[in-house]
Design a protein around this ligand. Structure first.
Ligand code: PMP
Length: 352
């Protein structure tokens, strides 16, 4: 019998239940590949890549661009394998035995897993019934528990709910521990914690190329924080942890980010259209979203999910997950895809 580390046996596996759907709307991906002009540049760059060398220049170049765009220094930035790696390392560096980590519930399911993995004590903080975050209560929970790390997801996955910047700033002002703001979906929202980051040296902003930049395959994310924080976090990454191919692609995508503006606007417009269609369907509760997905609640969610699955539409159902019972999260896809799934939801409800 192998003796695994304590807690591993009971740790859930991150499983989003992938299948070969005609319309894939389960993972908040972008449903279009690289814009053609970006693809040309990417292929050209990859054809000149030094495959025999460890990564270096590609990561530095991406860092340089991000530093210029956010008006920070390069040592304020950490590049990683998706924002997942940032989160994992932040939990590892600031959590640990007997240390508490406060994170919202319901929110990104990995927070609990990273807290468990780092041997920390999880303190889930209940969002309001409409999934908004009560900043005052959040601050109290962090302070009463003497937490070492506070986490928020802004806007929140899987509910789509915005966290107003004034609330983020209120939290930053009133807690002393490390405070990470997960901005995986921020490009679809109106405000960002980046606007106030320079005032708060205990704050870390995590971002990703996986969502708005449609680069989930490359696994590139980054954190921006005070250089004392990035220095400490930087110690726990593997050598050369971000590969040259991914960094080179992200570097080009970021250089050409204006190519993505119309796509992001399209998703936001579709989100509004989808919302307006869904609210007309009796029995479906729709939560306002500032992301590239939308959460609905319907009392036969399980059956609806099965119906969608069987006709080739993949969405994310939460079964009986705490505070997400009968909820389904659907990524905003292309116009035809959205038409198809809304029609399917309507058909299901009319016929059942
Ligand atoms: N944070 C949130 C809230 C997410 O939803 C996700 C992806 N599902 C991530 C972080 C991680 O994304 P990635 O590792 O692709 O950057």
């Amino acid at each position: 019998m192998l003796k695994y580390r304590a807690g591993l046996k009971n740790l859930p596996t991150y499983d989003v239940g992938e299948a070969d759907w005609k319309i894939k709307l389960n993972a908040n991906e972008f449903n279009m590949n690289l814009p053609a002009v970006v693809e040309d540049r990417v292929m050209g760059r990859l054809s000149r890549l030094a495959f025999n060398r460890y990564p270096g220049i590609e990561v530095e170049s991406l860092k340089e661009q991000l530093a210029a765009a956010y008006n920070v220094q390069m040592d304020n930035i950490l590049i990683a394998n998706g924002s997942s790696e940032i989160l994992e390392k932040v939990f590892f560096c600031l959590g640990g035995r007997n240390r508490k980590i406060v994170y919202p519930q319901p929110s990104f399911s990995m927070y609990k897993i990273y807290a468990d993995l780092s041997g920390s004590i999880s303190v889930p903080f209940d969002l309001n019934d409409d999934y908004t975050l009560d900043a005052e209560k959040f601050v109290d929970t962090v302070n009463i528990n003497k937490a070492h790390l506070a986490v928020i997801c802004a806007p929140n996955n899987p509910t789509g709910t915005a966290v107003p910047l004034r609330d983020i700033e209120y939290i930053a002002q009133n807690i002393n521990c490390a405070f990470i703001v997960d901005e995986a979906y921020v490009e679809f929202a109106d405000e960002s914690a980046m606007q106030i980051l320079s005032k708060y040296p205990h704050m870390i902003v995590a971002r990703t190329f996986s969502k708005a930049y449609g680069l989930a395959a490359a696994r590139v994310g980054y954190a921006i924080a005070d250089s004392k924080v990035t220095t400490m976090l930087g110690k726990v990454f593997m050598p050369y942890h971000v590969n040259s191919l991914s960094a080179a692609v992200a570097d080009i995508v970021y250089q050409m980010r204006h190519e993505y503006e119309s796509r992001i606007s399209m998703i936001k417009a579709e989100r509004q259209r989808v919302n307006d269609e869904l609210v007309k369907i009796a029995g479906v509760k729709v939560y306002p979203s500032k992301t590239n997905f939308i959460l609905i609640k319907y009392d036969r969610a399980q059956q609806l999910n099965e119906y969608l699955y069987n006709i080739g539409i993949g969405v994310r159902s939460f079964g009986n997950a705490p505070r997400l019972d009968n909820c389904i999260r659907i990524t905003i896809g292309l116009r035809e895809e959205n038409d198809a799934w809304i029609k399917a939801v309507r058909d299901f409800i009319v016929n059942n």
